[in-house]
Design a protein around this ligand. Sequence first.
Ligand code: SME
Length: 151
Amino acid sequence: MTFEELKPKVTDILHHENTLIDDKLLQICHLLKDNIDYYDWVGYYFRNGEKEELILGPYAGEATDHTVIPFGKGICGQVAVSNENFVVPDVNAQDNYIACSITVKSEIVVPMFVNGKNIGQIDIDSNVLDAFNEADERFLEFVNENVAKLY
Ligand code: SME
């Protein structure tokens, strides 16, 4: 499915009434993982209150041991500090990287802002090398901007 086809499906999920936020996020994770062939793990990490650490939220894909990530550690922890998208074409070329699965070859992390504050991020792993480009960044920014309206 194309990003343009997925966008209304994302906003439909977000507009459901009587659905908990985490259930909406879980549905979005599955929507993306199931419909974009190179999205092999899709999940959310959120800042744990005022602590400088991220906590794993809803995700689709293999379970991970990395349910808590300190700021600065791994790709996710670096985005918590930089507030900028991080596209990693080859995870094996990164020093500051937390491996969740040996099959993962590339990764993208896009932060999410509420009132200018970075509250968390969407993290996507791919088993394909150099899987992500600017179209993924723009699409995931769209998803996060709409998810942020729930907070
Ligand atoms: N690879 C991430 C850790 C999270 S897993 O991909 C689910 C990182 O380096 O921060």
